[in-house]
Design a protein around this ligand. Structure first.
Ligand code: PGA
Length: 256
Protein backbone atom coordinates (compact mmCIF):
# COMPACT_ATOMS: atom_id res chain seq x y z
CA UNK A 1 0.00 0.00 0.00
CA UNK A 2 1.31 3.41 -0.89
CA UNK A 3 1.36 6.15 1.72
CA UNK A 4 1.97 8.91 -0.81
CA UNK A 5 -1.56 10.24 -0.75
CA UNK A 6 -1.73 10.14 3.01
CA UNK A 7 0.70 13.00 3.43
CA UNK A 8 -1.21 16.27 3.66
CA UNK A 9 0.24 19.12 1.68
CA UNK A 10 1.88 21.82 3.75
CA UNK A 11 2.48 25.42 2.72
CA UNK A 12 4.53 27.37 5.21
CA UNK A 13 5.58 31.01 4.91
CA UNK A 14 8.89 31.98 6.50
CA UNK A 15 8.78 35.71 7.23
CA UNK A 16 12.38 35.84 8.51
CA UNK A 17 13.18 39.27 10.01
CA UNK A 18 10.26 41.03 8.34
CA UNK A 19 7.01 42.67 9.48
CA UNK A 20 6.28 44.84 12.49
CA UNK A 21 3.88 43.32 15.02
CA UNK A 22 1.13 45.57 13.63
CA UNK A 23 1.79 44.33 10.08
CA UNK A 24 1.90 40.70 11.18
CA UNK A 25 -1.43 41.12 12.99
CA UNK A 26 -3.03 42.70 9.93
CA UNK A 27 -1.79 39.82 7.75
CA UNK A 28 -3.13 37.26 10.24
CA UNK A 29 -6.57 38.81 10.16
CA UNK A 30 -6.60 39.14 6.37
CA UNK A 31 -5.55 35.49 6.00
CA UNK A 32 -8.47 34.01 7.94
CA UNK A 33 -10.49 33.10 4.81
CA UNK A 34 -7.37 31.56 3.26
CA UNK A 35 -6.88 29.28 6.24
CA UNK A 36 -10.48 28.13 5.91
CA UNK A 37 -9.99 27.51 2.20
CA UNK A 38 -6.82 25.52 2.87
CA UNK A 39 -8.57 23.40 5.47
CA UNK A 40 -11.49 22.68 3.15
CA UNK A 41 -8.96 21.41 0.60
CA UNK A 42 -6.95 19.30 3.05
CA UNK A 43 -3.93 21.54 2.95
CA UNK A 44 -2.04 22.71 6.03
CA UNK A 45 -1.30 26.42 5.83
CA UNK A 46 0.99 28.37 8.10
CA UNK A 47 3.40 31.20 8.71
CA UNK A 48 6.54 31.62 10.73
CA UNK A 49 6.72 35.16 12.14
CA UNK A 50 9.42 36.69 14.34
CA UNK A 51 9.28 35.90 18.04
CA UNK A 52 7.80 39.32 18.73
CA UNK A 53 4.84 38.73 16.43
CA UNK A 54 4.02 35.16 17.46
CA UNK A 55 1.40 36.12 20.06
CA UNK A 56 -0.34 38.64 17.79
CA UNK A 57 -0.49 36.18 14.88
CA UNK A 58 -1.64 33.30 17.07
CA UNK A 59 -4.39 35.44 18.62
CA UNK A 60 -5.63 36.96 15.40
CA UNK A 61 -5.26 34.24 12.77
CA UNK A 62 -7.76 31.46 12.09
CA UNK A 63 -7.34 28.63 14.59
CA UNK A 64 -6.50 26.44 11.59
CA UNK A 65 -3.45 28.51 10.70
CA UNK A 66 -0.16 26.93 11.76
CA UNK A 67 2.02 29.44 13.56
CA UNK A 68 5.66 28.40 13.80
CA UNK A 69 8.60 29.99 15.62
CA UNK A 70 11.78 30.48 13.58
CA UNK A 71 14.10 29.14 16.27
CA UNK A 72 14.17 28.04 19.91
CA UNK A 73 16.73 27.21 22.59
CA UNK A 74 17.08 23.60 23.74
CA UNK A 75 17.15 24.48 27.43
CA UNK A 76 13.93 25.22 29.30
CA UNK A 77 15.31 28.26 31.12
CA UNK A 78 18.56 29.73 32.36
CA UNK A 79 21.34 32.18 31.69
CA UNK A 80 21.04 32.37 27.88
CA UNK A 81 20.72 36.05 27.10
CA UNK A 82 18.67 36.77 24.01
CA UNK A 83 17.21 33.28 23.74
CA UNK A 84 13.63 31.95 23.91
CA UNK A 85 12.63 28.60 25.41
CA UNK A 86 10.09 25.91 24.56
CA UNK A 87 7.87 26.61 27.62
CA UNK A 88 7.69 30.26 26.49
CA UNK A 89 6.44 29.17 23.06
CA UNK A 90 4.00 26.69 24.55
CA UNK A 91 2.55 29.38 26.80
CA UNK A 92 1.49 31.19 23.61
CA UNK A 93 0.08 28.01 22.09
CA UNK A 94 2.94 27.72 19.59
CA UNK A 95 3.61 24.07 18.77
CA UNK A 96 5.66 24.34 15.56
CA UNK A 97 9.23 25.55 15.10
CA UNK A 98 11.71 25.85 12.23
CA UNK A 99 15.11 24.40 13.05
CA UNK A 100 18.41 24.78 11.24
CA UNK A 101 17.40 27.29 8.60
CA UNK A 102 20.44 27.95 6.41
CA UNK A 103 20.54 31.60 7.50
CA UNK A 104 20.89 30.47 11.10
CA UNK A 105 23.50 27.93 10.06
CA UNK A 106 25.42 30.64 8.19
CA UNK A 107 25.11 33.57 10.62
CA UNK A 108 24.44 32.01 14.03
CA UNK A 109 26.65 28.96 14.14
CA UNK A 110 23.73 26.54 14.08
CA UNK A 111 25.42 23.15 13.74
CA UNK A 112 23.81 19.79 13.00
CA UNK A 113 24.57 18.82 16.61
CA UNK A 114 22.81 21.90 17.96
CA UNK A 115 19.86 21.23 15.67
CA UNK A 116 19.71 17.71 17.11
CA UNK A 117 19.46 19.04 20.67
CA UNK A 118 16.69 21.43 19.64
CA UNK A 119 14.74 18.80 17.69
CA UNK A 120 14.92 16.34 20.60
CA UNK A 121 13.74 19.03 23.03
CA UNK A 122 10.82 19.97 20.75
CA UNK A 123 9.74 16.37 20.29
CA UNK A 124 10.00 15.72 24.04
CA UNK A 125 7.47 18.56 24.38
CA UNK A 126 5.20 17.17 21.64
CA UNK A 127 6.05 20.04 19.31
CA UNK A 128 6.63 19.76 15.57
CA UNK A 129 10.07 20.64 14.20
CA UNK A 130 10.49 21.73 10.59
CA UNK A 131 14.11 20.69 10.08
CA UNK A 132 15.80 22.62 7.27
CA UNK A 133 18.65 21.08 5.31
CA UNK A 134 20.42 21.99 2.10
CA UNK A 135 23.79 22.47 0.44
CA UNK A 136 25.68 25.67 -0.36
CA UNK A 137 26.54 26.70 -3.92
CA UNK A 138 30.13 25.44 -3.51
CA UNK A 139 28.88 22.08 -2.27
CA UNK A 140 26.35 21.90 -5.10
CA UNK A 141 29.01 22.67 -7.71
CA UNK A 142 31.35 20.10 -6.17
CA UNK A 143 28.62 17.44 -6.52
CA UNK A 144 28.34 17.05 -2.74
CA UNK A 145 24.62 17.72 -2.32
CA UNK A 146 23.64 14.21 -1.21
CA UNK A 147 26.65 13.83 1.07
CA UNK A 148 25.73 17.12 2.79
CA UNK A 149 22.00 16.49 3.22
CA UNK A 150 22.64 12.94 4.35
CA UNK A 151 24.96 14.19 7.12
CA UNK A 152 22.51 16.93 8.11
CA UNK A 153 19.63 14.45 8.33
CA UNK A 154 21.60 11.74 10.14
CA UNK A 155 23.16 14.04 12.73
CA UNK A 156 20.13 16.31 13.13
CA UNK A 157 17.79 13.37 13.75
CA UNK A 158 20.22 11.21 15.74
CA UNK A 159 18.82 9.20 18.68
CA UNK A 160 15.19 9.66 17.64
CA UNK A 161 12.78 6.74 17.40
CA UNK A 162 10.25 5.96 14.68
CA UNK A 163 7.48 7.17 16.95
CA UNK A 164 9.36 10.45 17.58
CA UNK A 165 9.51 11.39 13.91
CA UNK A 166 5.88 10.67 13.05
CA UNK A 167 4.95 14.38 12.76
CA UNK A 168 8.36 15.73 11.85
CA UNK A 169 8.74 17.86 8.72
CA UNK A 170 11.99 18.13 6.75
CA UNK A 171 12.55 21.07 4.40
CA UNK A 172 15.09 20.76 1.60
CA UNK A 173 16.33 24.24 0.78
CA UNK A 174 19.41 24.48 -1.42
CA UNK A 175 21.21 27.56 -0.08
CA UNK A 176 21.96 28.79 -3.61
CA UNK A 177 18.26 29.01 -4.35
CA UNK A 178 17.14 30.94 -1.28
CA UNK A 179 16.17 34.51 -2.01
CA UNK A 180 18.13 34.41 -5.27
CA UNK A 181 15.36 33.75 -7.77
CA UNK A 182 17.45 30.74 -8.92
CA UNK A 183 15.09 28.00 -7.91
CA UNK A 184 16.25 24.41 -8.22
CA UNK A 185 14.68 22.58 -11.15
CA UNK A 186 11.87 20.22 -10.22
CA UNK A 187 14.17 17.35 -11.30
CA UNK A 188 16.86 18.37 -8.81
CA UNK A 189 14.33 19.08 -6.06
CA UNK A 190 12.57 15.72 -6.52
CA UNK A 191 15.87 13.84 -6.79
CA UNK A 192 17.16 15.29 -3.51
CA UNK A 193 13.82 15.03 -1.67
CA UNK A 194 13.55 11.38 -2.79
CA UNK A 195 17.09 10.83 -1.56
CA UNK A 196 16.25 12.42 1.80
CA UNK A 197 13.32 10.03 2.08
CA UNK A 198 15.67 7.10 1.41
CA UNK A 199 17.97 8.29 4.22
CA UNK A 200 14.92 8.61 6.49
CA UNK A 201 13.95 5.07 5.49
CA UNK A 202 17.36 3.76 6.51
CA UNK A 203 16.88 5.42 9.87
CA UNK A 204 13.16 4.97 10.56
CA UNK A 205 11.89 2.30 8.17
CA UNK A 206 8.35 2.66 6.85
CA UNK A 207 7.73 5.71 9.04
CA UNK A 208 9.72 7.59 6.38
CA UNK A 209 6.60 7.41 4.21
CA UNK A 210 4.72 9.57 6.70
CA UNK A 211 7.33 12.29 7.12
CA UNK A 212 6.54 15.36 5.07
CA UNK A 213 9.35 16.77 2.97
CA UNK A 214 9.08 20.35 1.71
CA UNK A 215 11.04 22.12 -0.99
CA UNK A 216 12.13 25.71 -0.34
CA UNK A 217 14.09 28.27 -2.35
CA UNK A 218 12.55 30.93 -4.60
CA UNK A 219 9.13 29.25 -4.59
CA UNK A 220 6.53 31.54 -6.16
CA UNK A 221 2.87 31.27 -7.16
CA UNK A 222 4.04 30.52 -10.74
CA UNK A 223 6.26 27.55 -9.87
CA UNK A 224 4.74 26.04 -6.72
CA UNK A 225 2.43 23.65 -8.53
CA UNK A 226 5.28 21.97 -10.42
CA UNK A 227 7.12 21.24 -7.16
CA UNK A 228 4.07 19.90 -5.42
CA UNK A 229 3.35 17.58 -8.33
CA UNK A 230 6.59 15.67 -7.54
CA UNK A 231 5.98 12.43 -5.62
CA UNK A 232 8.43 13.13 -2.79
CA UNK A 233 7.65 16.82 -2.34
CA UNK A 234 4.80 17.34 0.09
CA UNK A 235 4.79 21.09 0.34
CA UNK A 236 6.81 24.28 0.28
CA UNK A 237 8.67 26.55 2.67
CA UNK A 238 8.41 30.01 1.16
CA UNK A 239 10.24 33.20 2.12
CA UNK A 240 9.85 36.25 -0.12
CA UNK A 241 6.61 35.19 -1.82
CA UNK A 242 4.89 34.66 1.54
CA UNK A 243 5.28 38.27 2.66
CA UNK A 244 2.56 39.91 0.58
CA UNK A 245 -1.03 38.88 0.99
CA UNK A 246 -1.72 38.53 -2.73
CA UNK A 247 1.25 36.29 -3.50
CA UNK A 248 0.64 34.23 -0.35
CA UNK A 249 -2.90 33.73 -1.59
CA UNK A 250 -1.55 32.90 -5.07
CA UNK A 251 0.67 30.17 -3.60
CA UNK A 252 -2.34 28.51 -2.04
CA UNK A 253 -4.74 29.04 -4.92
CA UNK A 254 -2.28 27.51 -7.38
CA UNK A 255 -2.10 24.21 -5.49
CA UNK A 256 -5.80 23.74 -4.82
P1 PGA B 1 12.82 32.33 -0.47
O1 PGA B 1 13.23 31.78 1.00
O2 PGA B 1 11.47 31.73 -0.78
O3 PGA B 1 12.75 33.84 -0.31
O4 PGA B 1 13.87 31.88 -1.41
C1 PGA B 1 12.97 30.47 1.37
C2 PGA B 1 13.43 30.24 2.80
O5 PGA B 1 14.48 30.77 3.18
O6 PGA B 1 12.77 29.53 3.57
Amino acid sequence: MSFVNMRRKLLLGNWKMNKLVSEAKEFAIASRPLAEKAKANNIDLGVSPTYLSLAAVKENASKDMIVAAQNVHFNDHGAFTGEISIPMLLELGITWCLIGHSERRAYDNETDEKCNLKIKALIANKMIPVYCVGETLDEFEAGKTKEVVSRQVKVGLKDLTKEDVKDLVVAYEPVWSIGTGKNASTEIAEDVCGYIRSVLKEMFGEMSEEIRILYGGSVKPENIKAYLSCPDIDGALVGGASLKQDSYEGLLTNIL
